[in-house]
Design a binder for this molecule. Structure first.
Ligand SMILES: NC(=O)c1ccc[n+]([C@@H]2O[C@H](COP(=O)([O-])OP(=O)(O)OC[C@H]3O[C@@H](n4cnc5c(N)ncnc54)[C@H](OP(=O)(O)O)[C@@H]3O)[C@@H](O)[C@H]2O)c1
Length: 228
C-alpha cells in the first residue's frame, strides 16, 4: 500500500497526476484551495482512501496546517506541483506578487521536503514539477523563473543529501501545457502547441513506478516543434 501526497491536485497537471497515480492500493492525499474542484477530483479517482487537504500554500501557516493534517504516518510519494505564474515586466511586479510566488513555488516545497523527506522510507519518491523556466529566462517571466531556478538549485542539492537514505528526487521540466494557469497570462499564445497535462502525468507515473533502486532524475517534456 502506498501513501501519496500531491499539492495543487484540484486542476491542471496536479489533477492529471492524481488520476494517474490513483489505485485500489493507494491512500491519496490531495491538496488544493478550490473546494468544489478538489471535491470533483476526489470523486473521480479510484483509491483505497482519499483525503482532501485545503490550505493556502502562499503562507507558512497554511503549509504548517497541511503538514499537521497529513500527520506522521509514512509517506511514499510527495509531489510538489502547486504553483502560480505572475507574468509581467519585472518593473511592474509588486512586493505581494513576488512574495506569493516565492511562498507557493519555493517556500512551500522547501517546507514539505524538509518535513517529509526524513520520514520517507527507502525507495520512496519526491517529485518536483518545475518547468523549462527552471533552465532559461523568458521576457515577462522573471518572478516565475526566479522561483523555478530556486527550487531547481535546492532540489539538486537535496537529491545528493537523500542518496544515502535511498529516497529518489525527480525533477520534471514541462514546456507549455494546456491548463488554467494560462488564463491569467496576457497575450496570444499558440494553444495548439501546448501539451496535455496527461503527458506530464504519464512521465511522473513512469518515474515513480521504476524499481526502488532506479532514479529517473530529470525529465524534460516539450512540443516536438519547440517552446512557444
Ligand atoms: N501549464 C504549464 O504550461 C506549465 C508548464 C511548466 C510547469 N508548470 C507547473 O506545473 C504546476 C501546475 O501548474 P498547472 O499548469 O497545472 O496550473 P493550474 O491549472 O493553475 O493549477 C495550479 C494548482 O496550484 C494550486 N495553487 C495555486 N496557488 C495556490 C496557493 N496559494 N495555495 C495552494 N495551492 C495553490 C491550485 O489550487 P486551487 O486552484 O485549488 O487554488 C491548483 O491546484 C505548477 O508548478 C506550474 O508552475 C506548468
Amino acid at each position: 500500500m502506498k501513501r501519496i501526497l500531491i499539492t495543487g491536485a484540484s486542476r491542471g497537471i496536479g489533477r492529471a497526476i492524481a488520476e494517474k497515480l490513483a489505485g485500489e492500493d493507494v491512500d491519496l492525499l490531495l491538496h488544493g484551495r478550490d473546494t468544489v474542484a478538489l471535491a470533483e477530483v476526489c470523486k473521480r479517482v479510484r483509491a483505497k482512501s482519499v483525503t482532501k487537504l485545503i490550505h493556502d500554500l502562499a503562507t507558512t501557516r497554511g503549509v504548517c496546517d497541511l503538514i499537521a493534517q497529513v500527520g506522521d504516518k509514512r509517506l511514499d510519494v510527495l509531489v510538489n506541483n502547486a504553483g502560480i505564474a505572475v507574468v509581467k515586466p519585472f518593473t511592474e511586479i509588486t512586493q505581494v506578487e513576488w512574495e506569493q510566488t516565492l511562498g507557493v513555488n519555493v517556500t512551500a516545497p522547501f517546507m514539505l521536503i524538509q518535513h517529509f523527506a526524513p520520514r520517507m522510507p527507502p525507495g520512496s519518491t519526491i517529485v518536483n514539477v518545475l518547468s523549462i523556466a527552471a533552465k532559461s529566462g523568458f521576457p515577462g517571466w522573471s518572478a516565475y523563473c526566479m522561483s523555478k531556478f530556486a527550487l531547481e538549485g535546492f532540489s539538486q542539492s537535496v537529491r545528493e543529501e537523500l542518496r544515502e537514505h535511498k529516497v529518489r528526487l525527480i525533477n520534471i521540466y514541462p514546456a507549455a501545457t494546456a491548463t488554467e494557469i494560462w488564463n491569467n497570462v496576457a497575450g496570444d499564445w499558440p494553444t495548439e502547441k501546448m501539451m496535455s497535462p496527461n503527458e506530464i502525468a504519464d512521465a511522473v507515473a513512469f518515474a515513480v513506478s521504476r524499481d526502488a533502486d532506479v532514479a529517473v532524475e530529470n525529465i524534460s517534456i516539450t512540443n516536438v516543434t519547440g517552446a512557444l
